[in-house]
Structures are given as structure tokens and as C-alpha cells.
Design a protein. Structure first.
Length: 526
């Protein structure tokens, strides 16, 4: 079935002028942009990848360079009255493929020369030459926009010496900007991480960090209201394509792509634009994991986390409690907590505010939860990719008998880097299986509660419901008795019988893991 829409999807469009010229959907955020631009401000905004930071920078660029030329019909058109300025737009995301400090410095200077050319600069980007030119500019005459300031830093996050050298050079650059900031009408900078000792967070006069400001919590990302308002035709198309109601489309969008919170009061949540747009572009594919597909496995992030004692994958589903200051403030390289980095990268988000000093972080949605499970699964296997023969784990769960399923579990457990991640107890075993199942696209419930008790793992796959009651023993010889006790427990408490379609086939089982053999040594249906 062919569909015709009044406006196209802005998928992959990061230039505001192009978006407007091509009649693509623009979710109007200009009332918030006006609040930031109406006075002389210096602003920083941190957001994860795929949230539209570059488009926002381009919107500022268009407003200050061309006035209202590209803003017809938008909220700001009736309230903006400022003039036109010289704009320098720097994109530091292009400075990430370097092996030495000299290579980095050359790329940075080239970016300065190109970015400031439209503002009248004719030099080669050398910091001394740049400072001389900058000092000659009239007050309040230049708009400076920097996108992804931290890209050069995250590119060498796993190389401490190079990281320190890059950090020092960026600090020198920002120090020159800071010393001559009188010529700036407006300064706006984006990033993912907030590194201290860069000369920007630790002394730039009146830098306004809006990353967690409640009033700007939705400046990037889509609210549910905005999706319904701007993408109504696409919701209708998706419902027809998938043969369901529009309310069901919204429910699934919320489940998979909503939940991100950039609000220190935890009062509003937004959807990831990249994932929503990809779904609307091809709804026939269903609710895919575009978060993981778009960035793959972030190698540098994983190296950093591994070097800084990545939380045990067994704790994958546990909430993370942090001091508010660790979430809000910038950190130096050595003290950057893994949870803070995962929050800044979008793998964790604010779940709730516990008190004035403590915040609880969790996964925003199923898409990110699955992506994190894949990262943990990679860690469990010690950086190796598990090569399987035969059907996928999902196919085994849906169609195979218990022996074949447990054989696959044991194959994977044998591939785990046991020295780094030993199976210490029942909780560890449960956590590892949960990570591996989610990484294989299953969605298990862990410690599923019923009126009679709680099962360890319950998962629905196709027309089958599988319940795994896990037991842990130190020695193989202890397993048979524990298995018998577990079978009686699972039957008496009727695990798996509490909800769902009566037509579902229930496969309820007990698996006993032995520390002696490092595998499941016996199992039985219950």
C-alpha cells in the first residue's frame, strides 16, 4: 500500500535550512530557542547521540546568520526582533580519527580556520594567531557555536597519555575564548560527556549548563504530545501497515523508545527522535532496535568501562543510585564514574529523585535495555563473539526441547570469561542468563511475583511460555537432591500459570548450576 504525506520525515537531516527547504517535519522548539537567544548567553547542553544536537546548532546558526528567513510559521517568527551576526560554527565530531597529538592539533587548527572563515578570520587556526585576530573583534559581534566539543576526548578515552595532551590543548583553546569573551553575542556548545580540566566548565564566566534544567528538558527529543501533533499521518500509516489501532502504535512507541529524562525534577520524559523517525520510515519492520544499530558497540566506551571495573553484568537489572552532583557536575578523567558515563551516553536515565542528594538511574526503555544487555554479553564473553552452530537461541526457546535449550546455555557459559566474571551464586547465574536472553532479543521477566511465590526467569516466546527456576550448588554431588526440591517447589507454586493466553504452551523447568563444573549439571521439567 502506498502512502502520500504532506511533509517528509527529517531522517538524517542535521541542517535546519535544508530541512525547511525540503518541506520536512520540524517539531517546533523555537519558543525554547527564543528563551535562550533573547539575551547575551553562554550555554552548554549535554545529550546522548541521536537526539538532534547538530540540528539544534544549525537552527541557532540560521537564526543568527539569516534572521527569520527559515522560520516562517514557527513560534519564534512573531517574537524575534534581533539582528544578523557573524557566526562561527565548529563541528568537533570530525576531529576523532587521530593517532598522535600532532595529528589532533592539526585537525583542530584546520577546524578553527574553516569555522571562523565566515566570521572574517583568514589565518591558519594556530592558537596564537587565532587569539590575535579574536582580540581585535568588536564587542557583542560574533556568535560562536561548537557541536560535540568532547568528540576528540572520547576518541582517546582508552589512551590516558593522549587524552591528557588533547585535554590540555583544548583547555588552551577555551582559555583564549574565555579571555576575550566580550566579543561574543551568543555562545552555545554541545557534548555528550562533561569533562573538567578543559578550561570551559571550571572558569568560563557565567556558563549556563542547561543539561538538566527542567524548563529545557524537552528541547531535544519528542514528547508524546509532539508525536501526536506532528506525526499523525505516520501514526495512521503505521497502524494500517501493522493492522492494529493507533493507540497500540503509541503504546509500543512508548514502550520501546520513550523514557529519557533530562529533567532534574524528573517531571517529563522524551522519545529518542532517531528511533521514532526510523520506525515511521519503515513501520513494516516493526519496532526495531535502532539505538544499537545506529551506533553499534561503542568500542571506546566499553574499553573505558572495562578498565574502570565495569559493574558486574549480574547486576544488569539492578537500579543505580548516585549522588546528584555526580550526575550534574563535570568530572575529571580519573574520577568519572561508569554510571555517570552511561548516563551521559544515554544508556541510563533518571528514573526517580529519591531526595535532594540522591537520584536513581535506570534504563529508559526496552530498546536501550536490550542494547545494554548486548554490551554486557560482549563483556561476559571476554570480547569474543560467540559463534553458534545451528538455530538461534530465540528459535531454541520457541521450538526446542529442554535438553537442547540447556545445552545452548552451557555452550554460552563455557565461553564466558570466567576469571573476570565467575558464577558465584544463584543471583549471578540468573543475571547472566537474563543478559544473554535479552541480547538474543528475548524479553524475560526476572523474579516474577505470583501469589504463591516468585520464579527466577519467565519469558514468552511465540506460543510458548518458559519458566526457569535456577538452583546453585558448590559440588556436582549436591545437584540431584536440590533438583528434586526445586521441581516440587515449582509445581506447588504453579510458576507460569498466573497470566497470559490459555492457549500458550507452558514449559516449566528447574536447572541446577554447579560451581565445581561451571555449568548446569542437571535439569528437569516441572
Amino acid at each position: 500500500m502506498q502512502f502520500t504525506h504532506n511533509k517528509s520525515l527529517p531522517l538524517g537531516t542535521s541542517t535546519f535550512q535544508v530541512l525547511r527547504d525540503e518541506n520536512e517535519i520540524y517539531v517546533d522548539k523555537t519558543h525554547l530557542i527564543f528563551e535562550l537567544c533573547k539575551r547575551r548567553n553562554k550555554i552548554f547542553l549535554s545529550r546522548p547521540r541521536r537526539f538532534g544536537k547538530s540540528l539544534l546548532v544549525s537552527t541557532f546558526e540560521s537564526l543568527f546568520r539569516y534572521g527569520l528567513r527559515d522560520f516562517s510559521g514557527l513560534a519564534i517568527e512573531k517574537i524575534w526582533s534581533d539582528g544578523i551576526y557573524r557566526v562561527a560554527a565548529l563541528d568537533f565530531s570530525v576531529i576523532k580519527d587521530f593517532e598522535t597529538f600532532d595529528d589532533f592539533a592539526s585537525q583542530l587548527h584546520s577546524q578553527l580556520a574553516i569555522g571562523f572563515r565566515s566570521a572574517g578570520y583568514t589565518g591558519n587556526g594556530d592558537l596564537t594567531d587565532f587569539q590575535v585576530w579574536f582580540s581585535q573583534q568588536p564587542g557583542n559581534s560574533i556568535v560562536l557555536l561548537i557541536d560535540e566539543y568532547d568528540a576528540p576526548l572520547t576518541a582517546c578515552l582508552d589512551r590516558p597519555e593522549l587524552f591528557s595532551a588533547v585535554q590540555r590543548h583544548l583547555s588552551r583553546f577555551f582559555s583564549r575564548i574565555k579571555s576575550l569573551e566580550g566579543c561574543l553575542r551568543f555562545f552555545f556548545m554541545t557534548g555528550i560527556t562533561k569533562f573538567s580540566n578543559t578550561g570551559i566548565f571550571s572558569g568560563f564566566n557565567n556558563l549556563y549548563d542547561i543539561s538538566l534544567a527542567s524548563e529545557y528538558g524537552s528541547i531535544l527529543g519528542y514528547t508524546e504530545f509532539e508525536i501526536r501533533k506532528y506525526f499523525g499521518e505516520y501514526i495512521t500509516q503505521a497502524a494500517l501497515t501493522l493492522n492494529c489501532t493507533e493507540d497500540e502504535i503509541m503504546r509500543q512507541l512508548k514502550k520501546h523508545y520513550n523514557g529519557f529524562c533530562f529533567d532534574e525534577n524528573a517531571s517529563q520524559r522524551v522519545y529518542c527522535p532517531w528511533s521514532v523517525l526510523n520506525f515511521f520510515f519503515s513501520p513494516v519492520r516493526g519496532f526495531q532496535n535502532y539505538w544499537y544499530q545506529s551506533g553499534g558497540r561503542p568500542t571506546v566506551l566499553m574499553k573505558y568501562l572495562a578498565d574502570h571495573e565495569l559493574a558486574d553484568p549480574a547486576s544488569y537489572a539492578q537500579p543505580h543510585l548516585m549522588r546528584f552532583d555526580d550526575v550534574r557536575l563535570s568530572s575529571d578523567y580519573q574520577s568519572l564514574r561508569p554510571e555517570a558515563l552511561l548516563f551521559q551516553a544515554g544508556y541510563l536515565t533518571i528514573s526517580s529523585i529519591l531526595d535532594k542528594e540522591t537520584v536513581e538511574l535506570g534504563y529508559p526503555n526496552e530498546e536501550v535495555s536490550e542494547s545494554m544487555a548486548r554490551l554486557y554479553a560482549y563483556e561476559l564473553l571476554g570480547g569474543k563473539i560467540y559463534r553458534r552452530n545451528g538455530p538461534s537461541l530465540m528459535t531454541l526457546l520457541e521450538l526446542s526441547d529442554l535438553d537442547e535449550i540447556v545445552k545452548r546455555f552451557n555452550d554460552v557459559f563455557n565461553a564466558i570469561d570466567y576469571h573476570r566474571y565467575p558464577v558465584r551464586d544463584e543471583a549471578t547465574c540468573r543475571g547472566f542468563l537474563q543478559v544473554l536472553m535479552i541480547g538474543a532479543d528475548a524479553v524475560p521477566s526476572v523474579e516474577f511475583h505470583t501469589a504463591l511465590g516468585r520464579s527466577d526467569i519467565q519469558v514468552d516466546v511465540g506460543a510458548r511460555r518458559l519458566v526457569f527456576e535456577l538452583k546453585y550448588v558448590q559440588k556436582d554431588s549436591e545437584a540431584p537432591k536440590v533438583l528434586g526440591d526445586g521441581v516440587r517447589q515449582a509445581r506447588e507454586r504453579r510458576y507460569g500459570e498466573t497470566y497470559g493466553s490459555p492457549a500458550q504452551t507452558l514449559l516449566r523447568s528447574v536447572l541446577v548450576f554447579s560451581a565445581e563444573s561451571r555449568r548446569f549439571v542437571c535439569w528437569a521439567s516441572a
